[in-house]
Design a protein around this ligand. Structure first.
Ligand code: ZN
Length: 500
């Protein structure tokens, strides 16, 4: 077949798969937002069926052969070849796993997830432990079905962040351990920032109005996106012109919804600012976890927690909450939004202590795969590391090793991307600051200028490039974690009056 004929066949097949995926994504979004709980089993069974159909189409030997043949065609343009390369690379992570192993693994993780929830509710790690040990055993065992140049844990690290290895992560986390642990100890001993007013009563209806003001300020197009409500905030990108963000309203915490909305809007913006000719391709949403997280955290921490972000918005917040904020000026509000406290729960951690939560998980995962960690003693290892790095020790498993869902689903290698994303974001910000005055843009209500910069240098490409290449395109240099630790050190030393 000619390249043109193959391409046509490929696009037809891809259209069918995308139709099923739209159906699945819409149902997932619906399930997590407004669908009634009692209909869950009916929905899940049918979604599992559709998911199986998609799996079969993706792994159909004929379709794989078609893509391999197409990818080898020399007269195919470079962008299309690059897109196909990504598709085939992602297929490698599951195409050689025997079906019975795949099914057994899915059954195990589905069951483990139920047990994890139960164990977390009862604060009983021992209940979950046998499942976790079995998952670890299976994940190690399944490495034999990978046709990868990498070994062991590196294979899983690279699934979430192509190009990243233990060696590279070690350099990143060594720097974090060396520079941030002493700083956090000094901050813990310094006078603390007043955050009490952020936990007054903030009615959900009023919070909702504030969220729309924030999205409006961020020039978020509500004709191509929506804001929904859920338990754990997430973003779902159906297509370029249909990106859905969600939040959760806690009436005793005004900061939670604000920063989750800004965070999720960061993810959504990455998706909807993709170039038109890439919008309907595989790279629309196959962006690496670290890159995606770099854009949400850039918006949340580097912009949203910046004083200038609030120049236009804070008066609006005061109008919506006149009683709660009556003695709080903009500076006190922004300070409270940046307060750093050593805590036990990763998802509630501030910008400074957050990477230490990830360091704990990274060291444990690495040790599990290279055999230096005793898997029969994981709870104590977890607690010891929290005490060492953050000076706090979990008293119950729900605040310790059972807090996150990831391991119950076998997602080893995912956590490190959260910290890495913040690291990328620091370097992107430094590059952006060379071209535009970020504070002036925000003060002048010109958020679009910031988004245009991100579009030009990052968003337009979607997941077309390896993260390392994308960073070089946007910043002109390879990833350098010093941007991140320098940024945190400078910001927090100033905030807490710490002399270096
Ligand atoms: Zn995120």
């Amino acid at each position: 077949m000619t390249t043109e004929e193959l391409w046509k066949k490929y696009k037809e097949k891809q259209f069918i798969i995308s139709a099923y995926e739209l159906l699945l994504n819409t149902t997932y979004y619906d399930s997590d937002t407004i669908a009634p709980v009692k209909g869950r089993d009916y929905r899940n069974e049918r979604m599992a069926y559709i998911g199986g159909e998609v799996f079969d189409m993706q792994t159909d030997p004929e379709y794989i052969a078609l893509r391999e043949e197409l990818a080898a065609k020399e007269d195919l343009d470079e962008t299309s070849r690059e897109i196909l390369k990504w598709e085939l690379k992602d297929l490698e992570s599951f195409r050689y796993i025997p079906k019975d192993v795949y099914v057994a693994y899915n059954e195990l993780t589905m069951k483990a997830n139920v047990v994890w929830k139960e164990a977390k509710n009862r604060n009983d790690y021992k209940l979950f432990e046998p499942y976790l040990l079995k998952i670890i055993e299976m994940r190690k065992d399944m490495l034999q079905y990978r046709h990868s140049d990498l070994q062991g844990y590196d294979i899983y690290l690279s699934d979430y962040e192509p190009g990243m290895t233990t060696e590279k992560y070690d350099q990143f986390f060594d720097l974090i351990r060396e520079k941030l642990v002493p700083l956090i100890k000094k901050i813990s001993a310094a006078p603390q920032i007043d955050t009490a007013f952020t936990n007054l009563h903030y009615p959900a209806d009023q919070q909702r109005k504030l969220m729309y003001r924030i999205l409006d300020y961020m020039k978020f197009d509500l004709e191509a996106g929506v804001l929904g409500e859920t338990e754990h905030p997430f973003t779902s990108a159906m297509s370029k012109n249909d990106v859905r963000v969600t939040t959760h309203y806690y009436e005793d915490n005004i900061l939670s919804s604000i920063f989750s909305v800004i965070h999720e809007a960061g993810h959504a913006t990455y998706n909807y600012q993709i170039r038109d000719d890439l919008a309907d391709t595989y790279v629309f949403d196959n962006i690496s976890s670290g890159m995606h997280e770099s854009q949400s955290r850039l918006m949340e921490n580097y912009l949203g927690r910046n004083m200038a972000f609030w120049d236009n918005l804070y008066p609006e917040a005061v109008k919506l909450f006149p009683e709660q904020l009556k003695n709080v000026d903009q500076e006190a509000f922004v300070k409270a939004a940046n307060a750093s406290v050593c805590s036990l729960i990763r998802t509630e951690a501030d910008e400074l202590t957050y990477p230490l939560h990830i360091l704990v998980r990274y060291e444990i995962e690495k040790g599990i795969f290279n055999g230096t960690v005793d898997v029969n003693n994981l709870e104590q290892i977890w607690n010891d590391k929290y005490e060492e790095y953050l000076g706090v020790r979990p008293q119950k498993a729900s605040e310790g090793i059972l807090q996150d869902v990831h391991w119950s689903g076998g997602s080893f290698g995912y956590f490190p991307t959260y910290a890495l994303g913040s690291g990328y974001a620091a370097q992107f910000m430094a590059a952006m600051r060379k071209d535009i005055d970020v504070e002036v843009c925000m003060h002048n209500n010109e958020f679009q200028t910031i988004k245009d910069w991100l579009k030009e240098h990052i968003h337009q490409y979607g997941g077309l490039y390896l993260p390392q290449k994308q960073i070089e395109i946007a910043t002109g240099e390879p990833f350098d974690p010093n941007y991140y630790v320098d940024y945190l050190t400078e910001k927090y030393s100033k905030l807490y009056g710490i002399k270096e």
